[in-house]
Design a protein around this ligand. Sequence first.
Ligand SMILES: [Zn+2]
Length: 219
Amino acid sequence: MAVRFDSSSQDRRTRVQGRPVDSYPQVVPEAERGAVHRITVVGEDVLRRRCEEVTAFGTPELARLVDDMFATNRVAGGAGLAANQIGEGLRVFVWDITDDWGVRHVGHIVNPVLDEIPAEQRRLVEESEGCLSVPGPYRVVSRPDRAVVRGRDRTGEPLVIEGRGYFARCLQHETDHLNGRLYLDRLARRERRTALSEMAEAREAVFARRAERAAELGK
Ligand SMILES: [Zn+2]
């Protein structure tokens, strides 16, 4: 039987924008520069609309948006964050996530398009996921275990990012956000209802934790 990943020889270096780097700071530089924003919550219109394509690259506004998204994601302890989660209806998301093999992935992508994986190559996995815009609950969602997104970086350079395992899940979850979808939409109605009532119970405590963490980090 073939082993998919040989952990002894796998390159465990951090991937920044998909490329391995020899060293990387614990705090993403963008997060140091950025400002923390309020995270939008399910029920807000901006999370339900398809986000708009970015047409101007290399602008200070786009750089600031990416910085602010990293800062907000850090304070919330998130794996990834989409622009509409800070109220900006643009096709941008960021990630800072350690995958199933202990490799950290950090990056941002603009105008991402998810590759269609042919049915015969698709392997669905069931894993628990949560969302910063649905503070509190986690639910099991079935998704392909591999994902490829194609887009650009903030300067307009073409970018292709491939993820496996939990990182693949993150790339799909964030792309869903840009299309106005939440993981709740992938649940049976009854499960969605229980998740929302758990959220109603938990949300104030989650907001308080984020505010504490922002204060600790001087944000
Ligand atoms: Zn989310």
